[in-house]
Design a protein around this ligand. Structure first.
Ligand SMILES: Cc1cc2nc3c(=O)[nH]c(=O)nc-3n(C[C@H](O)[C@H](O)[C@H](O)COP(=O)(O)OP(=O)(O)OC[C@H]3O[C@@H](n4cnc5c(N)ncnc54)[C@H](O)[C@@H]3O)c2cc1C
Length: 297
């Protein structure tokens, strides 16, 4: 195990050892995969020995949260500033895994491992978050919707390290909710809705769906469909003549998420979940349904 003292040292160790090296944050995914023989590395580079990488800061002037690569789920869950300024993140983080995993597992490790059944990559899409990555040839900014390419695959190049995630705050009028569902340790579905209302109609909507398909997605076509619609009409029961607007939006979201058959269920079951949860989460976001409680230990 290497114990670098700067990000530059960590990156140079990654470059030096190439495919033989991996960054080690909380180790909750890495060690499990290595124990099972799925991954093999001769060199682990412990990023927690670099001072300051556990920095979790709210920059009030820019209205942004900065999450260092050693910031754990637990730190996000318990931070009073995150609870005050990013309540959706605090609540969603409290539902990740169990307290033992949250105590050591990091948000950046979660994003970099890109296990499809994960929460942060989905709820961070609602915020248009972005990641900073550093490699031997310099640093770059990656919009979060471009970070995850598919199951266990990101756009990070060999030797690149995620050095922070920046999350712009919602405007004061934005209301949002995120709910997850599943019977296994990891989520079968995660779905978030953020919505800004003007005179009872949807002025802006954001919809993110995760866990059901190969990677989390935003659903611009469903967001546009909800735009300009009266909330009372949206939440009214479906007309006799056809599906409701929210149901159509749910179908669009399900299609965009590309549900996959796996141990969590069949693709058509997940498609159904997306439609049901889009309505539920929209209702919670606009305050027409009670907030769902986090379900993790
Ligand atoms: C029992 C269990 C239940 C879980 N339930 C949930 C759940 O409900 N929801 C959910 O979202 N997740 C869940 N998880 C996943 C959990 O959130 C992740 O295991 C954790 O966040 C990974 O972070 P880590 O710091 O341990 O990463 P590590 O295991 O240290 O690293 C993971 C991977 O990312 C790479 N890496 C780490 N940091 C960086 C970096 N800064 N730059 C580049 N690469 C990096 C590593 O090299 C490795 O390949 C669960 C995990 C377990 C074990």
């Amino acid at each position: 195990m290497h114990e670098p003292e700067t990000v530059a040292d960590a990156v140079s160790l990654l470059e030096q050892h190439g495919a033989e090296a991996a960054l080690y944050a909380g180790g909750t995914e890495l060690l499990l995969a290595m124990k099972e023989g799925l991954l093999r590395y001769g060199h682990l580079v412990n990023l927690k020995t670099v001072p300051g990488l556990d920095r979790l800061e709210y920059h009030q002037s820019a209205h942004e949260l900065h999450i260092g690569p050693a910031v754990t789920h637990r730190a996000l869950e318990l931070s009073p500033e995150v609870a005050a300024q990013f309540p959706l993140i605090a609540k969603a983080e409290a539902s990740v895994a169990n307290v033992r995993v949250r105590n050591v597992g990091t948000l950046c490790g979660n994003l970099c491992f890109a296990e499809p059944h994960s929460d942060p990559a989905a709820f961070l899409l609602l915020y248009d978050a972005r990641a900073e990555a550093q490699g031997s040839s310099g640093s770059r900014t990656i919009p979060l919707d471009q970070l995850v390419l598919g199951p266990y695959e990101t756009c990070l190049e060999e030797g690149e390290m995620l050095t922070s995630v920046s999350v712009p705050q919602f405007g004061p009028e934005m209301k949002a909710a995120y709910q997850k569902f599943g019977y296994h340790q990891r989520p079968t579905l995660g779905l978030g809705v953020a919505v800004r209302l003007e005179n009872g109609s949807v002025a802006e909507a954001r919809i993110a769906v995760g866990s059901v398909g190969p990677k989390p997605v935003r659903v611009p076509e469903a967001e546009e469909l909800l735009g300009g619609k009266d909330v009372g009409d949206l939440l009214g029961t479906a007309s006799q003549t056809g599906p409701s607007v929210l149901d159509v939006a749910g179908r669009m979201a399900a299609e965009a998420a590309q549900p996959m058959d796996d141990l969590h269920g069949a693709a058509d079951y997940k498609e159904h979940l997306v439609r049901v949860f889009l309505e539920r989460v929209f209702a919670e976001a606009v305050g027409a349904a009670p907030a769902a409680q986090p379900s993790a230990a």
